[in-house]
Design a protein around this ligand. Structure first.
Ligand SMILES: [Zn+2]
Length: 338
């Protein structure tokens, strides 16, 4: 994924184009009200060590670039874990996409369900591929090396797999679908706004071949991306707020009620080109839980798209904050349409 200049968005509205890769300072810091603390059900505990081990295992496969051996091994591992954790309807959606380089990439999205018979469903997703080039590395000689993606890729998948383990231990009150997408991170780092569509190729393919009828879409979707950074803070991502602000309110309130108000900061964060954009376009309200306002960079964590995105920079407490918040959300979900 990449950051998008909000200034460029304003220009876009005026009919012009232009996209950058860093965050605009034009955001006003604005704090939104969240609900008063309330009693919530916390029937299951997200295990941070288990989640960390899921990151470690993925990293052991090396870079998981779409179309490579590492990607295939990771996919097989995800499927085996979903089987072990009692998921239903495990399905691999294979396809082919064309990268901005012109290269044809074989891709495979993985989907699985809990409580598959329930029409009242939500969708959780993360990307399992990693970026082919560390093109944000400070050292020029590293920029054609692949990213290991401990945070950018493995962290979101790790949270999904630990959630799967917990859903198998304690059945959720609603249907939960899990989606692991390929080819999120093969996009063009700079250029004009049209190039936003060079990112999230797996999700764009999935949206065109969606396994839902148009009248039975999931109520909403939550994307986990880069949720494992050291002391990561999750601000309200721009496009999530634009398209699904009530859902952002709900998740950030749940985080506060779950004791993670110091991690889920109820203020505006960056604007990120990521998988949730394409779900929103497809009619599924979707938000992105992502570190987008790191204090050292003003945008993503310093390891983003560098060769330093490795296990040394993964924080189990960040995985815990993201995962426990959404597990609590699931177990406190009301069994009716909103
Ligand atoms: Zn990335």
């Amino acid at each position: 994924m990449k950051h998008k200049f909000i200034a460029a968005l304003i220009t876009l509205t005026a009919g012009l184009v232009g996209v950058g890769c860093s965050l605009s300072n034009s955001h006003k810091t604005e704090t939104k009200e969240v609900n008063e603390p309330r009693q919530i059900k916390t029937p299951v505990s997200f295990n941070r060590d288990s989640a960390y081990s899921y990151v470690r295992r993925q990293v052991s496969f090396g870079p998981r670039v779409s179309g490579t051996e590492g990607n295939r091994k990771c996919r097989e591992y995800i499927v085996s874990e979903l089987n072990r954790h009692g998921a239903s309807n495990i399905n691999i959606q294979e396809g082919e996409v064309t990268a901005f380089t012109g290269k044809h990439l074989p891709i495979a999205n993985i989907m699985a369900s809990y409580r598959p018979e329930d029409p009242n469903r939500i969708l959780l997703l993360a990307h399992y591929d990693t970026r082919p080039w560390a093109d944000s590395d400070v050292k020029e000689e590293n920029r054609f090396r692949p990213v290991l993606g401990a945070n950018d890729g493995a962290s979101g998948v790790a949270v999904l797999l630990e959630i799967a383990r917990q859903l198998n231990i304690c059945e959720p009150p609603i249907g939960v679908d899990l989606l692991f997408v390929d080819a999120e991170d093969y996009g063009q780092a700079s250029g004009f706004s049209a190039h936003d569509s060079t990112w999230c190729l797996g999700t764009q393919y999935w949206v065109k071949n969606m396994p839902y009828a148009s009248d039975s879409l999931p109520r909403y979707a939550i994307l986990f991306d880069m949720v494992g950074g050291l002391d990561a803070k999750f601000h309200r991502e721009y496009f999530s707020d634009e398209e699904a602000s009530k859902l952002v309110d709900k998740v950030w309130a749940m985080a506060q009620n779950s004791g993670f108000g110091d991690r889920f900061i109820n203020q505006k964060g960056g604007a990120v080109v990521d998988d949730h954009i394409f779900l929103n376009k497809a009619g599924i309200p979707a938000i992105d839980i992502i570190e987008s306002k790191n204090p050292a960079t003003g945008t993503f964590a310093p390891t983003w798209h560098t060769v330093n995105d490795n296990l040394d920079h993964i924080d189990p407490s960040s995985l815990h904050a993201a995962g426990q918040t959404v597990l609590n959300l699931i177990h406190n979900e009301i069994l009716c349409k909103e």
